[in-house]
Structures are given as structure tokens and as C-alpha cells.
Design a protein around this ligand. Structure first.
Ligand code: FES
Length: 200
């Protein structure tokens, strides 16, 4: 049959576009197998989930994982820190995580986390976007003589506790954000999704 009016250039373009879209779909379908396939840096900055291995993360320490071009802090909190969190409410602006934009529902609890001992927090100040400094020790600091551990933003002196909750009377208006994440196993966290798509 004659192909009257067929635009071969357009057909080639559509074929190529379909192939690309199919490839993108393949990326999301591959999420359950992400352990064996880490996305490229370009895919990560575009929003692909990333895997964090915390098997070597010591109690009291922090590791930083990049996700969507942002630093995500993962902190293994000490039992003392977890215990202290509940004593800080009176000093905090939003101790109960009432601002629903700042964490998923499963992190709207006393420790703002899925597990009390592991904090997962986007390390960007909610004032003007600096990256706060980690001060885990419960020791007097120049910026707070009764410091109970947490994060201090040197840009304009905002302070956050070890759950990323902002103190009162600082410029930052909201708690640090908790990204979507879930535990694949005890030592592996997937950042970028709320749950395993296979389990849905
Ligand atoms: S950017 Fe952190 S206090 Fe201003």
C-alpha cells in the first residue's frame, strides 16, 4: 500500500520517543532490584531513589547520602539522645511535627523517624538553604550553653535538635525535612520512596 502523506521524519521521532519513554518506565520498574543497579549521577539528580548502606555507621555518627542534589543525613542516635528528645518540647517551635510538609506521616512521631535510633533528614536549613553543621555532643557550645546535640546553622544561627526539630527564637521557620524512605533491611535504607513498590 502506498504511504501517501506519511511523514517519515515524524515517524522516526515518535519511534525514538517511545523507546525513551519505555526506558524511563524500566527505571522505575527496576527499583526493587536497585541493590544490583545504582542509578547514574544524572538519574539521581533527576530524582531517582538512592540506597544508603548504614552497616558501618557507628552509634553517634552520621553519614551523608546525596539525593536529588541534596544532602541527606543519616544519624545513628545514641539511647541517651533518643531519651533526651522528649525533654526538649518546650524549647521547640514545632515539637509535634504539625507542619505536615516537613515529614511523611510515618515520621510524625516523637523521634521523627521510622526507627528511634536512626534519623534520616534533609540537611538543608529551612531558613535560606545553608547546610547546618553537626554538633552531636551534649556539651555547652558558643551558640548554646545547654546544648543537647543536634545541628547548628552558622549562616543566621538557627538551631535544630537531633530529630531536625527547630528551636524557638531562631530565623528558620520549620523543622528540617524528612525525605521519603524505607528500610530494605536493618542496614539498608532506600531514600526517595515511602515503601517498596512490590509490597503495595
Ligand atoms: S540559612 Fe540557616 S539560619 Fe539562615
Amino acid at each position: 500500500m502506498a504511504e501517501q502523506g506519511v511523514n517519515h521524519g515524524r515517524r522516526r521521532f515518535l519511534t525514538a520517543t517511545t523507546a525513551v519513554v519505555g526506558g524511563v518506565g524500566g527505571v522505575f520498574a527496576a527499583v526493587p532490584f536497585i541493590k544490583a543497579w545504582q542509578p547514574s549521577a544524572r538519574a539521581q539528580s533527576a530524582g531517582a531513589p538512592v540506597i544508603a548502606d548504614i552497616s558501618k555507621l557507628e552509634v553517634g555518627a552520621r553519614v551523608i547520602q546525596q539525593w536529588r542534589g541534596q544532602p541527606v543525613w543519616i544519624v545513628r542516635r545514641t539511647p541517651e539522645v533518643v531519651h533526651t528528645l522528649s525533654s526538649l518540647d518546650q524549647q521547640l517551635r514545632d515539637p509535634g511535627s504539625e507542619n505536615l510538609d516537613q515529614q511523611p506521616e510515618y515520621a510524625r512521631n516523637a523521634t521523627r523517624s521510622r526507627r528511634p535510633d536512626v534519623a534520616v533528614i534533609v540537611g538543608i536549613c529551612t531558613h535560606l538553604g545553608c547546610s547546618p553543621t553537626f554538633f552531636p555532643e551534649m556539651l555547652p557550645q558558643p551558640f548554646d550553653s545547654e546544648w543537647k546535640g543536634g545541628f547548628y546553622c552558622p549562616c543566621h544561627n538557627s538551631r535544630f535538635d537531633m530529630a531536625g526539630r527547630v528551636y524557638q527564637n531562631v530565623p528558620a521557620p520549620a523543622n528540617l525535612r524528612v525525605p521519603p524512605h524505607y528500610f530494605i533491611d536493618d542496614n539498608t535504607i532506600l531514600i526517595g520512596l515511602d515503601a517498596d513498590p512490590k509490597a503495595a
